[in-house]
Ligand binder design. Structure first.
Ligand code: ZN
Length: 330
C-alpha cells in the first residue's frame, strides 16, 4: 500500500507491504511510516482493507484513525469475511473510495493470495528445467546442470517467494537436494517431501506427507502455505499436472538436445492419449535468461469469474468454499 500525502500527487509517499499471515498488513506498515502525514492523505491499496478482527486489528480502523480521507482500491477482497465490508465501512465514515484501478495487474500480483482465499489451497507453481527437447536426465540418470547459472538463480528467487517447496521422495534419494535459497536473497521455504525421507537426507528439516495430492494441498493450505513450489521429479510433476493442480508452470529450457527418446521426460507417466487431449496453456512470458529460455505458462481455466462469484456468497455452511474449489480447479 502507498499513502500519498497532500492529495493527488505532490506530497511525499509512504509504502508498506504485507508480511506473512499473522504479521502486520501493508496498511499498518505504510501508516506507521507516514505518521502524521497520513492526515488528509490518499491511500492506494491493491486489496480492499480488512474490516474484521483476524490475527491483526482491522486496517479500516487504522486508516480512519490516521485521518486518511481517500482510498483507491484495485481489487475487492474475495475473502467472505471482508468482501465489500471494508469499503462499506470507509464510505460510511465519509472516506471517498474508488474501486477497480489497475484491477488486472492486482489480480496477477495477488494470484497466490486469491487462490488461497478462494480454494483454501496454495497457489501451485511447477518448476521444470529441461533440454529444448523436453528431457531432464540422461538414460544413466545423470542430470546435473542442464541449465545455467542465471536459470538457477531465478529458480532460487522462485523458492524464496514461495512459502513451501515440495519434491518426491525419489528425487531426495537420487539427487539429495537441500532445496534452500542460496543463489538469491530471501529466506528458505518450508520443505515438504512426498513419501518417506531417507535418513541423513540434506533436505532435512522437512515434512513428510503422503496420500492424495488434493488432500496434501488442503492440509498445506490450512497451514497458511499460500504459494507452493513443486520441484520434481518427473513423477510428481506428472501427477500434479495430470490432476490439473498446477496454477503456473515455470520452464527453464537449455539450448541443448538429448536427441533421443531414451532420456527421461519432464513428465513420467501416461500423457495425452490422443491429440484431442493435448493440454494447451497460455504463454504468460518468454524471456532469455543467460544462455537459456525462461517460459511461463498458465493453464486456461474457463470459469475463473464464476468461482469468484461463488466465493462472494455468505459463508453459510461451508459449502461456498468447496463449490469455489470445484469450479476453480475444473
Ligand atoms: Zn488488513
Amino acid at each position: 500500500m502507498i499513502v500519498a500525502a497532500g492529495g493527488s500527487g505532490g506530497g511525499p509517499a509512504f509504502e508498506g507491504a504485507s508480511s506473512p499471515p499473522g504479521g502486520p498488513h501493508a496498511e499498518a506498515e505504510a501508516l506507521r511510516r507516514a505518521g502524521t502525514s497520513a492526515r488528509g492523505a490518499t491511500a492506494y491499496v491493491t486489496l480492499e482493507p480488512c474490516a474484521h478482527h483476524g490475527r491483526t486489528a482491522p486496517c479500516v480502523d487504522a486508516l480512519l484513525a490516521a485521518g486518511v480521507t481517500r482510498v483507491v482500491v484495485a481489487l475487492v477482497d474475495p475473502d467472505p469475511r471482508v468482501s465489500g465490508a471494508g469499503i462499506d465501512r470507509l464510505r460510511e465514515e465519509g472516506v471517498e473510495v474508488s474501486v477497480g484501478t489497475c484491477e488486472e495487474e492486482a489480480r496477477d500480483l495477488l494470484a497466490p493470495y486469491l487462490t488461497h482465499r478462494l480454494t483454501g489451497r496454495p497457489f501451485v507453481v511447477l518448476k521444470l528445467a529441461a533440454s529444448l527437447d523436453g528431457r531432464i536426465a540422461a538414460p544413466d540418470g545423470s542430470s546435473a546442470w542442464i541449465t545455467g547459472e542465471e536459470a538457477r538463480a531465478d529458480a532460487h528467487r522462485l523458492r524464496a517467494e514461495s512459502d513451501s517447496v515440495l519434491v518426491g521422495a525419489g528425487t531426495v534419494r537420487c539427487d539429495d537436494p537441500r532445496l534452500t535459497v542460496r543463489d538469491a536473497p530471501g529466506r528458505s521455504p518450508r520443505r515438504v517431501v512426498l513419501g518417506a525421507i531417507p535418513p541423513g537426507a540434506r533436505v532435512e528439516p522437512a515434512t513428510s506427507m503422503c496420500g492424495d495430492l488434493g488432500a496434501v494441498l488442503d492440509e498445506l493450505g490450512a497451514q497458511d502455505v499460500v504459494q507452493l513450489l513443486v520441484e520434481g521429479g518427473a513423477r510428481v510433476a506428472h501427477d500434479f499436472h495430470a490432476a490439473g493442480l498446477v496454477d503456473k508452470y515455470v520452464l527453464y529450457l537449455a539450448p541443448a538436445l538429448f536427441g533421443g527418446d531414451d532420456a527421461l521426460s519432464m513428465f513420467a507417466g501416461p500423457g495425452a492419449a490422443t491429440i484431442r487431449h493435448l493440454w494447451r496453456g497460455r504463454l504468460v512470458s518468454v524471456r532469455a535468461l543467460g544462455a537459456d529460455l525462461r517460459v511461463e505458462l498458465a493453464p486456461v481455466r474457463a470459469d475463473a469469474s464464476a468461482s469468484e462469484r461463488t466465493a462472494h456468497r455468505p459463508p453459510d455452511d461451508g459449502t461456498a468454499a468447496s463449490d469455489a474449489r470445484a469450479k476453480g480447479r475444473s
